[in-house]
Design a protein. Structure first.
Length: 154
């Protein structure tokens, strides 16, 4: 059985482009080894991630994220059973790094800057709606109650 989880969290400390690129490298290796695919989006000190794969693996990754001291306010926004993977591998989108090497890094996704990067099979799903909501907001100034409303709308 495959599942998909979407969560949002806040970073405890700011991540610059170099730290985000290192997170991209580490996460790709770990998630590939665990059979987890999806997309991590980082913006304004917040993260939103879609994790998909075998239920045991996705649940394990999410539990590890909840315990990770680099995150706080981890909120599960959506959980659904899926018939097939919607993401080819695991990727990450963050800002518009000036370093060409970061943009060329395997797994770097242009979802935030080029309005692309989502697979067509995601259309109309809670994950699709939540990712597009996240992309369209300045989340540094969004109060927690608005995030809760977004969670219930999905």
């Amino acid at each position: 059985m495959l599942v998909s989880i979407v969560y949002m969290s806040r970073s405890v400390t700011p991540f610059d482009d170099d730290a985000l690129a290192e997170l991209l490298r580490e996460s790709r290796l770990r998630n590939e080894a665990l059979g987890v695919s999806g997309l991590l989006v980082a913006k304004g000190g917040r993260f939103m991630q879609v994790l998909e794969g075998p239920a045991w693996s996705v649940e394990d990754r999410f539990a590890a994220i909840e315990r990770d001291p680099r995150h706080h306010d981890v909120k599960s926004l959506s959980r659904e059973t899926i018939d097939a993977r919607r993401f080819d591998g695991w990727s990450m989108a963050f800002g518009n790094p000036s370093d060409v090497e970061v943009r060329d890094e395997p797994g770097f996704n242009t979802f935030l800057t080029e309005r692309s990067g989502l697979p067509t099979g995601l259309a109309g799903t809670p994950a699709d709606w939540l990712l597009r909501w996240f992309r369209g907001r300045d989340l540094q100034d969004v109060p927690e109650e608005r995030i809760t409303l977004a969670r219930h709308a999905a």
